[in-house]
Design a protein around this ligand. Structure first.
Ligand code: G4P
Length: 527
C-alpha cells in the first residue's frame, strides 16, 4: 500500500456528543489515557475543583463549568490515528456543534444511564441523522442506579428514531452492578468495586463458568439469561453496512469514571467506524484517497491564546496529503496562498505540523481571509465543497459600548466575534456602529460576547435583550423598507452588508406582513 493510502486508511475522525454532564469529558479523557496522549494521575473526579478537563480551554468555560467551544484532539491507538472533535455540551452552543459535526465521519453519543435521552442529545442527533452520520452509543454511569436497559434502548429507538444493536449488556446497575455481558464473545466482564469505591477490575468469565454463581445471585443469573434470550429474539442483528449508513446504532454499556468498558468500547468502535469519507463538491464527489489535497474550514476562533492575539481557522482535510511547504488555492478568495503556522491540537497543547492527511483537522493562522465553509485545495484541481448551513438567530439584543473612546476596539471585537459565526450583527437604520443589534442561536452566547469583549478587547458594553424571535431577510431587490406595511411588533433593520431585514416577535406577524405587501419575498437566511 502506498504511504498516502496507508496513512489515510488508519485515520478515524469522530465527534463526541452528549447532554451536559452525561460524561463526555470523562470518556474523552479515558480515550486519551489509552492513547498515551495524556497521563493525568488518578481519575477526573474532583477535577472541576482542582484541574480542568484538558479539552476545556476558555476561561468562561472554566468559570461556569461548561464547554462553550469545541476542541480537537489527536492521538494514536492500536496503530490508528484518531481525531476526536469535542463538542460543546451546552445547548446554547448548538450552532458551533452543528458545524463540528460537519467535520466528523461518525459520532459517539454519550447517554447518562439514569437520565436516558435528554433534550440536547435529541437536537444533536437530528443533525447526525440529517447527515447520515454513523452513531455509536455509550450508555454511561452504570456504576450508579440506572434505568432499565430495555427502557433505555427503547427510548433511543422511539425518541431518536434509530434502530439499536446492543453489543454488550449490563448486569444490574449502581451498587448491584456486576459487569457486562459481551453478546459476540459470550464473555462477562466483571465489575469489582474496591473499598475506596473507585477501584475496578474486569475479569472475564464465561456464561457457563462455575464461578458465575459466586458473582451473580440465582435471580440475577436467571434475569441475565432471560434478558439475553429476549435480546437475541427482539433486537436488530449487527449489520456493519447499516451501522455505517447511520441506520443502526451499536450500543455499549459502561462507566467512564471507573474506566469500566471504555477500552472495549474503543476497540469495537474503531473496528466499526469508517475511514475518512468522500464528500460532495461542485465538481462531484471527492475521494479522500485522491492525491490532491483539499480541505474546508468549519470553525474560526480568535484569541485562543491571549498572549498571541491570534486567529485560527480549523480545517478538515478531505482528500490527499497536506504539505506545509506547498501553496494551496483558496477557492472563495480566488488566489493561491500558503497556509501558515499549521498546527494540530492535543488538548491545550498545540504542535506544529509539516504534514497531515485526509481525516485530520489542522488549525492554520488566519490573517482574516477565511470564512466558515471555505474550501482550500490543490491549485491543480479547483473545486468548492458544499457549504455549511447556518441557523437563523432566535434571540436578539441591543448592544451599546459604555466608553465611547473605545469605539475602534468595540467595532474590531464585534466584527471578529461575528466572523467566527457565534453571533450575527445587525444595525438599525438610524444609528451608527457604536450601537448594534446582535442575534444569537442560544442566549448564553450573549454572555460569551460580553465576556470576550471585556476580556479580549477591553470594552464594556450595555446589553438590552429585545423581544424578537424571528428573522427574515427581504429578498426583493431595491425594496424601500420604510414603505412596507408592517405590524406594530415588527422591527426594520439591516445586516452589515446593508441588506434589509425584518424582526418579528410572533410568527403570525410574518404572515400578516406577507399578506399586506403583495409580492414581498422573505427568507430565513441571508445567503
Ligand atoms: P460532560 O463532559 O458530559 O458534561 O460530563 P463530565 O465528564 O464532566 O461528567 C459529569 C459528571 O459525571 C462528573 O461529576 C463526572 O465525574 C461524573 N461521571 C462521569 N462518568 C461517570 C461514571 O461513569 N460514573 C459516575 N458515577 N459518574 C460519572 P461532577 O460531580 O460533576 O464532577 P467531579 O466533581 O466529580 O469532577
Amino acid at each position: 500500500m502506498s504511504d498516502l493510502k496507508n496513512e489515510i486508511s488508519r485515520r478515524r475522525t469522530f465527534a463526541i456528543i452528549s447532554h451536559p454532564d452525561a460524561g463526555k469529558t470523562t470518556l474523552t479523557e479515558k480515550f486519551l489515557l489509552y492513547g498515551g496522549a495524556i497521563n493525568l494521575a488518578g481519575s477526573v473526579k474532583g477535577r472541576k475543583a482542582a484541574k480542568h478537563a484538558v479539552s476545556d480551554w476558555m476561561q468562561i468555560e472554566k468559570e461556569r463549568g461548561i464547554s462553550v467551544t469545541s476542541s480537537v484532539m489527536q492521538f494514536e491507538y492500536d496503530d490508528m490515528c484518531i481525531n476526536i472533535l469535542d463538542t460543546p455540551g451546552h445547548q446554547d452552543f448548538s450552532e458551533d456543534t452543528y458545524r463540528t459535526l460537519m467535520a466528523a465521519d461518525s459520532a459517539v453519543m454519550v447517554i447518562d444511564g439514569s437520565k436516558g435521552v435528554e433534550a440536547q442529545t435529541i437536537k444533536l442527533f437530528k443533525v447526525c441523522v440529517m447527515r447520515k452520520i454513523p452513531i455509536f452509543t455509550f450508555i454511561n454511569k452504570m456504576d450508579r442506579e440506572a434505568n432499565d436497559p430495555f427502557e433505555l434502548i427503547d427510548e433511543i429507538e422511539t425518541v431518536l428514531g434509530i434502530r439499536t444493536c446492543p453489543i454488550n449488556w449490563p448486569i444490574g446497575s449502581g451498587k448491584a452492578f456486576k459487569g457486562v455481558y459481551d453478546r459476540q464473545s459470550g464473555i462477562i466482564s466483571r465489575f469489582i468495586q474496591g473499598d475506596n469505591g473507585h477501584r475496578t477490575e474486569a475479569v472475564e468469565t464465561g456464561l457457563d463458568d462455575t464461578g458465575l454463581d459466586e458473582l451473580l445471585s440465582p435471580p440475577l443469573h436467571e434475569k441475565l439469561l432471560e434478558d439475553i434470550e429476549l435480546l437475541d429474539g427482539a433486537s436488530d442483528e449487527f449489520d456493519l453496512e447499516r451501522v455505517q449508513g447511520g441506520e443502526l446504532s451499536p450500543v455499549f454499556f459502561g462507566s467512564a469514571l471507573t474506566n469500566f468498558g471504555v477500552e472495549t468500547f474503543l476497540k469495537h468502535f474503531l473496528k466499526m467506524t469508517t475511514t475518512p469519507l468522500p464528500r460532495s463538491s461542485d465538481a462531484g464527489i471527492i475521494n479522500p484517497f485522491d492525491e490532491d489535497f483539499s480541505a474546508f474550514v468549519f470553525k474560526i476562533q480568535a484569541n485562543m491564546n491571549k498572549a498571541h492575539r491570534d486567529r485560527i481557522a480549523f480545517m478538515r482535510i478531505c482528500s490527499g496529503r497536506f504539505d506545509a511547504s506547498n501553496e494551496v488555492y483558496h477557492v472563495q478568495g480566488g488566489r493561491k496562498i500558503k497556509l501558515t503556522q499549521p498546527q494540530q491540537m492535543m488538548a491545550q497543547e498545540r504542535k506544529h505540523v509539516e504534514e497531515a492527511y485526509a481525516g485530520d483537522i489542522i488549525g492554520v493562522f488566519d490573517p482574516g481571509i477565511f470564512a466558515i465553509g471555505d474550501t482550500v485545495c490543490s491549485p491543480k484541481k479547483k473545486f468548492a465543497y458544499e457549504g455549511i448551513p447556518t441557523f437563523a438567530p432566535e434571540h436578539f439584543a441591543r448592544i451599546r459600548q459604555v466608553d465611547t473612546m473605545k469605539r475602534k476596539q468595540f467595532i474590531k471585537g464585534i466584527e471578529q466575534i461575528a466572523l467566527e459565526g457565534a453571533v450575527q450583527i445587525f444595525q438599525e437604520y438610524n444609528t451608527g456602529m457604536e450601537e448594534i443589534i446582535a442575534g444569537v442561536v442560544g442566549v448564553l452566547q450573549f454572555d460569551v460576547l460580553k465576556f470576550r469583549l471585556e476580556n479580549e478587547y477591553g470594552v464594556d458594553i450595555r446589553m438590552e435583550q429585545l423581544p424578537y424571535e424571528h428573522i427574515r431577510w427581504i429578498k426583493n431587490d431595491g425594496t424601500d423598507v420604510s414603505s412596507l406595511s408592517v405590524t406594530s411588533d415588527t422591527k426594520r433593520i439591516k445586516d452589515l452588508k446593508g441588506r434589509p431585514l425584518l424582526l418579528f416577535t410572533h410568527p403570525w406577524s410574518i404572515k400578516t406582513v406577507l399578506e399586506r405587501n403583495e409580492g414581498l419575498e422573505l427568507s430565513e437566511f441571508g445567503t
